[in-house]
Design a protein around this ligand. Structure first.
Ligand SMILES: N[C@@H](CCC(=O)N[C@@H](CS)C(=O)NCC(=O)O)C(=O)O
Length: 219
C-alpha cells in the first residue's frame, strides 16, 4: 500500500497527522510551504483543486477535506484498531461529530480567526490566501463577538454531548482525535473553555493519549 500525506505544520493537516499517529500508519509525508504558494502550484492543484492541505493520496486516489480523510482512514484501518466503529449507529455517531466539527464548529472558528489581530493569527503563512481576502466587516469587533457567541453555542452542544461520557461515542475514537485538534485551536484563540467543564475534561483526556501527547511535544 502507498500513502502520501501532503501537510503543512500548524495547519488543518495537524488533524490528519493526529489521525495517522493514532492509527500508527506509515506514510510518505510531503510538507508544503504555504507562504511560497506550494498549494497553488499546478502540480498540487491537480491533486487538490482547492489548493489546501491536508490531502492524502492512497494507492493513487487523492482524498481531500480533513473530515473525509478521517472517515476514510477510520473505515479502512480504524475498525480493526478499535478506533472507529463498524458500520451501524455508532459509526453514525462518529460521523456526526466529525462532520459537525468541519461544517458547523469550523465555520464559526474560521470567522473568529479572521477577525483576530495579526499577532494572534500565528504563522502568517498559514491561511495566507484567505487572510488576504478579509474585509473590514469580517475584521470588526461585532464579527468577533458573533463568532465567539456561535462557538459558545457549539461548545454548549459538545458539553451536553459529553455528559456522562469519557469520549464522544463512549470509548475513544477517531471522532475525538479529529475534534480535539479543532477545539485545541479554538482554545488557542483565547476562547474560555471553563463554562464547559465536560469539554475541558474531555480535552485533557484526549491530550493524555500517548500518540497525541507525543505529537504535541514535537510542535
Ligand atoms: N476544510 C478544509 C480546510 C483546509 C484548510 O483551510 N487548509 C489551510 C491551512 S489551515 C490551507 O491549506 N491554506 C492554504 C492557503 O491558504 O494557501 C479541510 O478540513 O481540509
Amino acid at each position: 500500500m502507498s500513502l502520501t500525506f501532503y501537510a503543512a505544520p500548524m495547519s488543518t493537516a495537524s488533524i490528519t497527522e493526529a489521525v495517522l499517529a493514532e492509527l500508527g500508519i506509515d506514510c510518505d509525508r510531503i510538507d508544503l510551504d504555504l507562504s511560497a504558494g506550494d498549494t497553488k502550484k499546478p502540480e498540487y492543484l491537480k491533486i487538490n483543486p482547492n489548493g489546501k492541505v491536508p490531502t492524502i493520496v492512497h494507492d493513487g486516489t487523492a482524498i481531500w477535506e480533513s473530515s473525509a480523510i478521517t472517515m476514510y482512514l477510520g473505515e479502512l484501518f480504524g475498525v480493526d484498531a478499535k478506533l472507529y466503529p463498524a458500520p451501524g449507529p455508532q459509526r453514525g455517531e462518529a460521523m456526526k461529530w466529525i462532520a459537525w466539527s468541519n461544517v458547523t464548529l469550523a465555520e464559526s472558528a474560521g470567522r473568529l480567526f479572521v477577525s483576530l489581530p495579526p499577532e494572534m493569527q500565528g504563522d502568517p503563512a498559514t491561511n495566507a490566501t484567505e487572510l488576504e481576502k478579509v474585509t473590514s466587516e469580517q475584521k470588526s469587533e461585532i464579527a468577533m463577538e458573533r463568532a465567539k457567541a456561535d462557538i459558545a453555542d457549539c461548545f454548549n452542544i459538545l458539553n451536553i454531548g459529553l455528559e456522562g461520557r469519557s469520549f464522544l461515542i463512549g470509548e475513544y475514537s477517531l471522532a475525538d482525535t479529529h475534534l480535539q485538534g479543532l477545539v485545541g485551536w479554538i482554545a488557542s484563540m483565547n476562547v474560555d473553555l471553563t463554562p464547559f467543564p465536560n469539554v475541558t475534561e474531555w480535552l485533557q483526556r484526549c491530550y493524555q493519549r500517548p500518540a497525541i501527547a507525543k505529537l504535541m511535544a514535537g510542535w
